[in-house]
Design a binder for this molecule. Structure first.
Ligand code: FAD
Ligand code: AMP
Length: 479
């Protein structure tokens, strides 16, 4: 038997590496097992988020947005540029550098905090033992007082579109195309499909998104989703709802996709196809039969509100358990579990987790949608403010979208904030803080915001909740 640890974390994504650092900070002897290697076979920390998720996708979104602005947005602002072109190899190199710096940063943080990294595939045995098999097949067993499972998720594959070399790819493959595909198909109009579709559409691909559902972004407040769909279509994303993919065929490098749109079988030809139909918890070869950890009916590791599994002293966090598949949700669960292991009180406020779609305009929200409140029979009031009436948005050449604040009709407590527009991802943080402090719409309305800022739209939307907006005509004034 090898070393004994207070905490062994399996998985070094944003859930696992944050849990490990926090546990070590709290004085617990901590190890983190990770099996990821780079192309050269070197161990890499950071998980999906840093290697093939949040960070590389945002790098490509930022770069492609700049390219599109230079190509189409500069002239109307009086900036003349000619011969704007994109160098994909350079763009990918930059993305790679960002990823490398960040993943290397986690290794440094482990060192600084005294976390022991263990490279290999972890498997939980009974009695909180963790078996680790390294690349050479060498097996070592470690004993832990506590185990945190943070093994994340993997892209879902569907039978009609098996992945094929560089032609039918998942989200990971779509982050590494070596050239701009002329015709790009995307299956799934979820967050990942829309973000990756946007990247390549900005760079020049003709993009068709096939989505099985009839409604667009069903989890998003529908007033915002409708506005988003309008903008995405205007940008050239050909989003076909009610279009379920049933088959595909690759011939001479061209993908023929068959889909059913309710009226019959349709066909789409494209040069690359991205399958972005969701992600599934990753638990392959993870649990020995007598480990005592159970799954729910959807294959997620079953945990209570505090991420405790059915096995005492074994916790699970992040994408491998229920709840939204988001990096910051995984990290917060990691901190909570480390704190609880150290004997402190800690909880995650699942009602205040922000969501972002990093398209242009960005879509961001926290709390409840109007649809959810209606279904619950709640009485509420709504204030909206359009960025078209915001001076800073105009100056930034981005006067599109709106801020929408929903508050309890009686208590005025903010129940949900929904934003579509410039820097929505940053603006939503104000709403998260307000909701975390159980703020009323009036609290926000009474707060002073700097001028001219995009944030003034949050202020005005809060004022509008009670019909007190200054910079737009209030539709209905409350008595
Ligand atoms: P992961 O990040 O998946 O990490 C799990 C780690 O465990 C991996 O490194 C894996 O190798 C390791 N592992 C698995 N099994 C074992 C084992 N048996 N032994 C050892 N190691 C193991 N979220 C956001 O919040 N914002 C975004 O903008 C965003 N963009 C995204 C874009 C894309 C293209 C994708 C694919 C995802 C995106 N996400 C985003 C989701 C985000 O990446 C995940 O929610 C997050 O990474 C989950 O963290 P995690 O720690 O639970 O799992
Ligand atoms: P998300 O789970 O948010 O990543 O979104 C994935 C999307 O893919 C969902 O909206 C699904 O409805 C959609 N989807 C799943 N299977 C298919 C399919 N065969 N054809 C088209 N869309 C699909």
């Amino acid at each position: 038997m090898a070393d004994k640890f207070d905490v062994i974390v399996i998985g070094a994504g944003p859930g696992g590496y944050v849990a490990a650092i926090k546990a070590a900070q709290l004085g617990l002897k901590t190890a983190c097992v990770e099996m990821w290697t780079d192309e050269g076979g070197k161990p890499v920390l950071g998980g999906t988020c840093l290697n093939v998720g949040c960070i590389p996708s945002k790098a490509l979104l930022e770069i492609s947005h700049k390219y599109e602005e230079a190509k189409h947005g500069f002239a109307e602002q009086g900036i003349q540029v000619s011969d704007v072109s994109v160098d994909i190899a350079k763009m990918m190199e930059r993305k790679g550098t960002i990823v490398k710096n960040l993943t290397g940063g986690i290794a440094s943080l482990f060192k600084a905090n005294g976390v022991t990294p263990i490279h290999g595939r972890g498997r939980l045995l009974s009695g909180k033992q963790v078996e680790v098999t390294d690349n050479d097949g060498k097996v070592e067993v470690y004993q832990a007082e506590n185990v945190i499972i943070a093994t994340g998720s993997r892209p879902i594959e569907i039978p009609p579109t098996p992945l094929k070399d560089d032609v039918i790819v998942d989200s990971e493959g779509a982050l590494s195309f070596s050239e701009v595909p002329k015709r790009l198909g995307v299956i799934g109009a979820g967050v990942i499909g829309l973000e990756l579709g946007s990247v390549w559409a900005r760079l020049g691909s003709e993009v068709v998104v096939l989505e099985a559902l009839e409604s667009f972004l069903p989890g998003v407040d529908q007033q915002i989703a409708k506005e988003a769909l309008k903008h995405f279509k205007k940008q050239g994303l050909d989003i076909r709802l009610k279009s379920r993919v049933t088959a595909s065929e690759v011939k001479r490098g061209v993908v023929k996709v068959t889909y059913d749109d309710g009226k019959g079988e349709q066909e789409l030809k494209c040069d690359k196809l991205i399958v972005a139909v969701g992600r599934a918890p990753y638990t392959a070869n993870l649990l020995a039969a007598d480990a005592g950890v159970n799954m729910d009916e959807r294959g997620f590791i079953f945990v209570d509100d505090n991420c405790q599994t059915d096995a005492p002293g074994v916790y699970a966090i992040g994408d491998v358990v229920r709840g939204p598949m988001l990096a910051h949700k995984a990290s917060e669960e990691g901190v909570m579990v480390a704190e609880r292991i150290a004997g402190h009180k800690a909880q995650v406020n699942y009602d205040c987790i922000p969501n972002v779609i990093y398209t242009h305009p960005e879509v961001a929200w926290v709390g409840k949608t109007e649809e959810a409140l209606k279904a619950e029979g709640e009485e509420y009031k709504v204030g909206t403010f359009p960025f078209s009436a915001n001076g800073r948005a105009m100056a930034a050449n981005a006067p599109i979208g709106m801020v929408k604040i929903i508050a309890d009709a009686e208590t005025d407590r903010i129940l949900g904030v929904h934003i579509i527009g410039p820097q929505a991802s940053e603006l939503v943080a104000q709403a998260v803080i307000a909701m975390e402090f159980v703020s009323s719409a009036e609290d926000l309305a009474l707060t002073v915001f700097a001028h001219p800022t995009l944030s003034e739209s949050v202020h005005e939307a809060a004022l509008a909740v009670d019909g007190n907006a200054i910079h737009i005509a209030n539709r209905k004034r409350k008595k």
